[in-house]
Design a protein around this ligand. Sequence first.
Ligand code: GSH
Length: 194
Amino acid sequence: MLVLYFSPGSSSLAIHIALNEIGAPFEAKPVLVATKETRKPEFLAINPEGKVPSLLIDGRLLTEVLAILFYLGEKYPEGKLLPESLEGKAQALSWMSFLASTVHGARANGEEVRGAFRLAANRLGDRAWALGDYSVADIFLFRLFWRFAARFKFVAGEFPTLEAHRARMLARPAVVATLAAEVLIAEKAGLTLP
Ligand SMILES: N[C@@H](CCC(=O)N[C@@H](CS)C(=O)NCC(=O)O)C(=O)O
């Protein structure tokens, strides 16, 4: 049994999308960052680091976007979210490590975020998807670009290939369904996404 603790629009959005892409049964439990629910003793008892995403796999905790996306990709090969070859998997890890460190790590500073996305655009090149075929790396890239482009007020045309990637992601039924579910929870709490 999988249980996902998530906060709308946050890092956990990537995992929520991946679970919906795969179609695996899971229970989704909102823990809002904005209202400091991630700091409450009930949640700290589940994840002492107080962070989402937190995934329980039959009661065992798995954290970190990169690790959870890798787990889901490996566990559900029918979801086709990870390449089959060792080298392909390593490329997925390379992309996700870059996203977790260089891009997410720059989140405090708009100029650094822009610099990180210039590197991301360079990595993406003229490909539709990060690894050629759609994968967990695209889900992670989308979540960061979708959120940070809004937060740091990127202007249209600033990152044309990443904007096109975001549009491709927003056309996927699993992404549409996940965002609709998260928007509903955000609105109930008086929050807007992204
Ligand atoms: N390196 C972590 C980052 C997770 C993270 O920063 N989560 C934020 C939301 S985007 C969080 O849970 N913050 C809650 C808090 O600090 O209270 C990962 O990849 O999962």
